[in-house]
Design a binder for this molecule. Structure first.
Ligand code: PAF
Length: 279
């Protein structure tokens, strides 16, 4: 496994054999089983696997969140080697955004609700860095987790709009045994908050059960979800949504499919989760 920070080194490795196929797994490091599932899948579907580890400063609207973001490069590299990565890009912020940098990617409608409303500028930062990663690696496939459902919608929109020549592969959310979606942020939960954090998955399951029992009113499904969070100590609901899975517009009635999603502060750590429900 080769590790480089310079763009020219990544490009040289990427094009050493132009006939091999590349899968790219973009990450911000502090890897967990969810990331490793993406790497293993990329390993199965491509000749070579590239990974980026970069805590992208421009996607954090809250500077405290950026400072608190956990990092452990040594451990990440050991895990990636074991999972079968071939090439890892570990740029510094001034390599990605050198002095004088002035180009940003703005995806419009699908970035407005949900995470976009809660975290102004977040998706501008995500779309910009992901576009740069696609240009640096020029992979045939790029791998993202369903855990960040809106991110997937935004990146697919960007790929279609800007004619990026690659396939976006989406991997199901990897969960802890008690249902908590894996996230680098979980490391910041105290023992008590960790216990409360299962409420996101429990809330989604409660709404899914109501849906399976015939409830089609989106507002009733939101109320079921909200009820579980409100009954859990140490939590503050940020939003709950029952939206169209592709356009992310809020629904009144769920006809065929919907994306249930929510964001919750658990003792000041903001967690998100989602589930697609369908008839
Ligand atoms: O999902 C993430 O970890 C980040 O948003 C990504 C896609 C690596 C861009 O910084």
């Amino acid at each position: 496994m080769n590790v480089f920070s310079k763009v020219s080194d990544i490009r040289a490795q990427r094009w050493a054999d132009p006939l091999v196929t590349w899968g790219l797994v973009p990450t911000m490091g502090y890897l967990h089983e969810g990331h490793l599932a993406l790497v293993r899948r990329a390993r199965e579907e491509n000749d070579r696997v590239g990974v980026s580890i970069f805590v992208n400063p421009i996607q954090f609207n809250n500077p405290n969140d950026l400072t608190a973001y956990p990092r452990n490069m040594e451990r990440d590299l050991a895990l990636l080697k074991e999972a079968g990565a071939d090439l890892v890009w570990t740029p510094t912020p001034d390599i990605v955004y050198p002095p004088g940098y002035q180009t940003y990617v703005e995806v419009e409608e699908v970035t407005r609700p949900l995470e976009g409303a809660a975290r102004p500028g977040h998706f501008r930062g995500v779309a910009t860095v992901v576009a740069k990663l696609f240009n640096v690696f020029q992979p045939q496939r790029a791998y993202f987790g369903q855990k960040d459902a809106q991110q997937v919608v935004v990146i697919k929109q960007m790929v279609a709009d800007l004619n990026f020549n690659l396939e976006i592969v989406v991997q199901p959310t990897v969960r802890e045994a008690d249902g908590l979606a894996m996230s680098s942020r979980n490391a910041r939960l105290s023992a008590a908050a960790r216990e409360s954090a299962t409420c996101l998955y429990r809330a989604l399951l409660a709404a899914k059960t109501a849906f399976e029992q015939g409830q089609r009113s989106a507002e009733s499904l939101r109320a079921v979800t909200r009820g579980v969070i409100e009954a859990t100590p140490l939590t503050r609901l940020d939003y709950v949504s029952v939206a169209h899975p592709d356009t992310l517009t809020e629904l009144e009635v769920v006809e065929n499919r919907a994306l249930l999603s929510l964001a919750v502060f658990v003792d000041e750590v903001r967690l998100i989760d989602n589930m697609v429900i369908e008839v």
